[in-house]
Structure formats: structure tokens, C-alpha cells
Design a protein around this ligand. Structure first.
Ligand SMILES: Nc1ncnc2c1ncn2[C@@H]1O[C@H](COP(=O)(O)OP(=O)(O)OP(=O)(O)O)[C@@H](O)[C@H]1O
Length: 629
């Protein structure tokens, strides 16, 4: 009998099957054995696909048992099937998204085979081993890919918000492969000496290449201009004679001109044509003569509005497909200091349904973000590093100078110790810029001054000469606080304490650009005490030491902060001449002083010519925006 039974396994199994027809195995008891012999895999090979159907298969007794091991494997399959059934039942109670999440989690902790079984079971499809493996490997690949993307973002401090966000790129060549970046543009990038994209470029360019609207916030000097210029150029591809297809808005002429230059060098050889609205356009009250032969327009809002407001409008923006708002938080500010109204009118004039909008700045205001979230289509928000923080490449220092007259002493002290030009010196108003200039002009250093009341020609010459190194120390107002990229500024001196953290971040951001190191010294007096805490906090966040007592000052209330932002403290004039001398014969004295001042300016900057415009002190912030068309 025994020998008969052992004569062939098939007989034994056949006998068992016959005897056991309609009976059930004790799966609880044999579960461990089934697991040991991997019944599950065999059953799959046999082509029994769905664990749900496998249970029926077992209990019907119609399965083909090959050997004892197979029995045990079958047991496991039923056990597994049961548990899957239970899971599916449980999962039925949960939402779709949590189902997916659980599946994903489960897949990541299982062995490959278990995962295949699990995926197919939970999707209630028949198991096709190849399909399931493919599906798993696709999922695995996706998971690995996402991990890699997260790693790149983590390493570069790229934070993103939004759905379906395109992956960052790590090289400019990737842009050519994935987004057909023009080889001439790639060549221009090489010529400019840009070896690899900066963090904001890595993420913002792909986002814009997918024609997604974007709100981007990245530190000063981190390459935001290229981050929006490159995708605009690549999206436009070839010149088309249908009018402006891209518009870049900048708050100041200097910045507009700088962006214009950057665009010119990037489009070189592509045939794309860039135009900047100049004073002569506004004087003639007309846009470029043949408006159709330009592709990209760069302008300040005031000049644009001036042309749009002509009757009939001297400019047509209905063909614009890309509207880039640089320094977006500044352009969104309302009141005298901002451009909100102008921006609204410009948005209206850009009436193309294909319009995409991009907002860039080193600092982000909550109302801009709120507006963007409400109004932009499928917005992607990109932040690099901590928001509203000063560039970490700038060594920052707060210097107590006692009272107002201590500032001049402190500055002269810096000169004595040896200034390392180029140096930018920020003051809070046009009048103070002039006063300081008159004081420093006798110090034997090449110093000049720039503010909104100088003529455009003077402003252009000053910027040019500063870039060329002919001017060592440039005294400026908020006019130059934002966006201006002077290569290699070694030192920024905040002669007057900035009235907001935002203003501070932009001012000190004129140094330490494109990865270079820079230094910023901020003078403060007793009058500046209310704002010390705010600025000290920014400095501390950037990793520079500040005395503890500074961050321990009382926090300002929003109302107080606003008041201070709008009205910087009234300061004693910057002069070494005793006041009683200048106060004698007030009227005449003033006239004489003005004349003398003009002479000094003319002597120091003869090429620039001297502004004949005398002005009242209208405050630094208002001044920077009071740009006549
Ligand atoms: N990929 C790059 N590699 C090296 N340098 C770059 C790269 N992209 C831009 N730059 C350089 O970095 C400097 C700063 O760039 P940019 O003026 O665009 O900064 P920004 O982020 O707009 O600063 P801000 O907020 O002050 O306006 C420029 O001199 C620019 O030429």
C-alpha cells in the first residue's frame, strides 16, 4: 500500500483530492508552513490571478494539486487572499486618497512579490504577473525619482507649493534637452560665464517652461533675472511680427535698463527683439515707431501707463503672452510709494487669453501672495531658503554711533582705516544724499550721488561710472536699493537706518551677489531704537552675531511699524559747518549754499552735468518711485 502510495505522487494527490472534495484546510494551523514554502508564488505561476477568485478555486476542490508543497502553498494563498479581502473591506471604508497612501506605504515595506500581490489585489484586477511587476517597477521608479527630486530641492533649499510641479533642472544642457532651449541662448549663457543654474533658476525655469504662473521669492543676487528671462525667451522661440509678446515690469529705470541689457545679451543671435520704453517715447507720446517689430518690452509702470493713457493708446499690450513683474512686492504696494493702481491698469491692458504671469522678488509680502493665490491660474509658489531673509553671503554689522553727528565721524573713521571700493552708502532722502555728498567731496575720495531728482542722463552716467570703477563711493537713496546689480560692491553702509526689514534686505543685498562675499555696516543712533529689534533679527537669521539685548527689545505693533515705514525719523542735517554760521541771514545763506553746492557737484562730476532741479525733501521711499514718465 505504502509503496503504491509512493509509486507516484499524482496518485496520492489524486486520492487526497477525491477524499477531500468539499472539505476545507485548517489554514490557521498550516499557515506558517504555507508561508515557508511560498505557496503564493506557485499559485501565481499557475495563472490563478485574483486572490479573491483563488479562494473560490480552493474551496471548490477543482484545483490541480501537484505535490504536498503545493498544498501548503495553496493554503497560504487562501490565507493571503483572506487577509487581502479583509484589507479591501477595511479600505472600502476609507477615502480614495488614503487608500492610495496606504497602498504606497505598504508597497514600500513589502518584498517585491508581496507588493505585486498587494497592488493587484487592492486594485481588484486579475493578477497578471508581468503587468504587476511592470506596475511595481514604474511605481518604484517614480518613488526613486521623487526621492531624487526631493534631495535636489533639499540641497538647494528650494521650497515649492502647488500641484504637478515640474522637476528642477541641474544643468543648462538639461534645459536644451528637455525644453529645446535655443543653442544660441545656451551659447550666450556660456559667454556670460554662467556654468550652472542657481537654485531659483533650477526650479523657476522649468515651471515657466510649462507655462505655469509663478510667484517666486529668492535672495538678493541669486539670479532671478535670468530665471525669468530664459523661459520667456524660450517660450517665444522665434521673432513674430505681431506685437509685444512679453512684458517685463521694473520699479525703477535703472533696473529696467539692467534687465533690458540682460535680455539683449541672452537673445543675441536668436532674432528676438527687445525694446525699452525711453523718455523720448514718452515725450513723443508714442511707443516704438513700428510696434510690431518687437517681441519683448521692458518698462517701468509709470512710463507704460503714460503711453497707455494717450488717446488713442500709444501702446497695445493685447498680444502679451508673458507678463513678468519684477520686485513684485514693491509694484504691489499702494499709495504714493507703490504702483498698485498702475499695475491694475497694465493687467487690464494685457488682455490676451493666453497671458501668463510671473512674479519675482527677494522679499514677499503676504498680500501679494494672497492676491496671486486668488487670481493666478494653477499657481506654483517657489521660495529659495527662508523667506524675507538677507543674503547669507553678506557679513552684517550694526554700529552704534551715538547721535546724528556721530555718523560722519564713524564714516570718516572707515575712510581712515581704508575703504575697499566700490562702496554704496544709503541715506533716507534726497536732501540727505546731497548733504552727505557735500561733506565727503572734500575727503579725497571719488564720490558721487544718485537720486530721483538728478536728470536721466546724470543717473545713467553715475551708474556707468560706478560700474567702471571711476566712482569709488556712491551715495544713494532707495532708488538703488532694489535689483541693481553692481558687480563686486565690497561694502554697503547704511548711513541712515532703514525703516523696514524689507528695505534693509534689499539695501544690503547690493553686495554679496552671485555667491561673492560682501559686507554691510548699519549705523544706528538713539533715534533708531524702535527698529533695532526688527533689523537685528534679520541679521541674526542670516547667521551674523548681534548682541542679545537688541533682539530683546520690545516688538513693534503693526500700526507703529507702518508709521515708521512711511515716515523715517526726522534727522539733524549732515554738516560739519556750525549751524549758527548757516543760520545767519537765513534766506541769503541758503541761496549762497545752493550755488556753492552746485559748484561742488559740477567740480566733482563734470561729465554728469549737474541737476538744476532743486527739490524739497520728499522722503526716500516716495523719491524712489516719483519717476516722471
Ligand atoms: N547661473 C548663474 N551663474 C553665475 N552667476 C549668475 C547666474 N545667473 C545670474 N548670475 C549673476 O548673478 C548676479 C545677480 O543676478 P540678478 O541681478 O538676477 O539677481 P537677483 O536675484 O535679481 O537680485 P535682486 O533681488 O537684488 O534683484 C548677476 O551678476 C548675474 O549676472
Amino acid at each position: 500500500m505504502g509503496s503504491r502510495l509512493h509509486a507516484g505522487k499524482m496518485d496520492t494527490h489524486d486520492l487526497f483530492r477525491r477524499l477531500g472534495a468539499g472539505t476545507k484546510f485548517n489554514y490557521q494551523r498550516f499557515g506558517k508552513d504555507a508561508e515557508r514554502f511560498k505557496v503564493l508564488r506557485l499559485q501565481q505561476k499557475k495563472g490563478s490571478t485574483d486572490p479573491l477568485t483563488a479562494i473560490d478555486f480552493f474551496s471548490s476542490g477543482s484545483h490541480d494539486i501537484v505535490n504536498d508543497e503545493d498544498d501548503e502553498k495553496d493554503l497560504e494563498l487562501e490565507q493571503e487572499s483572506k487577509s487581502v479581502k479583509r484589507k479591501l473591506k477595511d479600505e472600502g471604508k476609507t477615502s480614495n486618497s488614503s487608500q492610495k497612501k496606504k497602498k504606497k506605504e505598504k508597497a514600500s515595506v513589502m518584498t517585491e512579490d508581496e507588493a505585486i500581490q498587494w497592488i493587484s489585489s487592492s486594485e481588484k484586477k486579475p493578477i497578471d504577473l508581468k503587468d504587476a511587476k511592470d506596475q511595481l517597477s514604474v511605481k518604484r521608479l517614480k518613488q526613486l525619482h521623487q526621492e531624487k527630486v526631493n534631495q535636489i530641492r533639499g540641497q538647494n533649499k528650494i521650497h515649492v507649493h502647488g500641484t504637478d510641479i515640474p522637476d528642477p533642472v541641474c544643468t543648462f544642457n538639461e534645459l536644451q534637452n528637455e525644453y529645446q532651449l535655443d543653442s544660441k541662448v545656451l551659447q550666450n549663457i556660456c559667454t556670460a560665464g554662467y556654468e550652472s543654474p542657481t537654485a531659483i533658476q533650477m526650479q523657476a525655469i522649468p515651471v515657466m517652461m510649462h507655462k505655469r504662473e509663478i510667484l517666486a521669492c529668492a535672495p538678493t543676487g541669486s539670479g532671478k533675472t535670468v530665471a525669468f528671462c530664459l523661459p520667456v525667451i524660450t517660450n517665444l522661440r522665434k521673432p513674430v511680427n505681431k506685437g509685444f509678446r512679453a512684458l517685463v515690469m521694473s520699479p525703477t529705470r535703472e533696473l529696467a535698463h539692467q534687465t533690458y541689457k540682460e535680455l539683449l545679451s541672452l537673445v543675441d543671435g536668436t532674432g528676438l527683439r527687445v525694446h525699452i520704453i525711453k523718455k523720448k517715447d514718452t515725450v513723443k507720446k508714442q511707443g516704438p515707431k513700428s510696434k510690431k517689430v518687437f517681441d519683448i518690452l521692458v518698462s517701468t509702470p509709470n512710463r507704460l501707463i503714460y503711453l497707455l493713457n494717450q488717446d488713442p493708446p500709444a501702446l497695445d499690450l493685447s498680444t502679451v503672452e508673458w507678463l513678468v513683474v519684477d520686485e513684485s512686492d514693491k509694484l504691489f504696494e499702494d499709495g504714493k510709494t507703490g504702483f498698485r493702481e498702475q499695475l491694475a491698469a497694465i493687467f487690464q491692458a494685457c488682455s490676451s487669453p493666453a497671458l501668463r504671469r510671473a512674479f519675482f522678488s527677494a522679499t514677499c509680502a503676504p498680500d501679494v501672495e494672497k492676491w496671486c493665490k486668488l487670481n493666478l491660474d494653477n499657481l506654483v509658489v517657489v521660495n529659495i531658503g527662508a523667506r524675507n531673509s538677507a543674503a547669507e553671503t553678506v557679513e552684517q554689522e550694526l554700529l552704534f554711533v551715538g547721535a546724528e553727528n556721530g555718523k560722519l565721524l564713524a564714516f570718516r573713521n572707515l575712510i581712515r582705516k581704508g575703504l575697499n571700493p566700490p562702496v554704496l552708502v544709503f541715506v533716507q532722502s534726497i536732501d540727505r544724499a546731497r548733504e552727505l555728498f557735500h561733506e565727503l567731496v572734500y575727503e579725497g575720495i571719488n564720490v558721487d550721488v544718485i537720486h530721483a531728482n538728478r536728470t536721466q542722463q546724470q543717473r545713467e552716467n553715475v551708474v556707468k561710472n560706478f560700474r567702471l570703477g571711476k566712482i569709488w563711493v556712491l551715495i544713494c537713496t532707495a532708488l538703488l536699493a532694489r535689483g541693481i546689480d553692481f558687480k563686486g560692491v565690497n561694502l554697503v553702509v547704511n548711513y541712515d537706518f532703514p525703516t523696514t526689514a524689507i528695505e534693509y534686505i534689499h539695501r544690503v543685498g547690493r553686495t554679496g551677489r552671485a555667491g561673492h562675499k560682501g559686507k554691510a555696516i548699519t549705523f544706528f543712533t538713539e533715534d533708531d531704537k524702535p527698529l533695532i529689534r526688527t533689523i537685528a533679527t534679520v541679521i541674526k537669521q542670516a547667521g551674523c552675531p548681534v548682541p542679545d539685548y537688541m533682539t530683546g527689545f520690545r516688538k513693534l505693533e503693526t500700526k507703529q511699524r507702518r508709521q515708521l515705514a512711511n515716515a523715517p525719523p526726522k534727522r539733524q542735517s549732515i554738516r560739519t559747518t556750525p549751524q549758527f554760521v548757516t543760520q545767519k541771514g537765513k534766506g541769503k545763506g541758503r541761496k549762497r549754499k545752493r550755488k556753492a553746492g552746485k559748484k561742488v557737484e559740477a567740480a566733482v562730476a563734470p561729465k554728469d552735468g549737474v541737476t538744476s532741479q532743486e527739490t524739497t525733501d520728499n522722503g526716500n521711499v516716495v523719491e524712489s518711485l516719483a519717476l516722471e514718465p
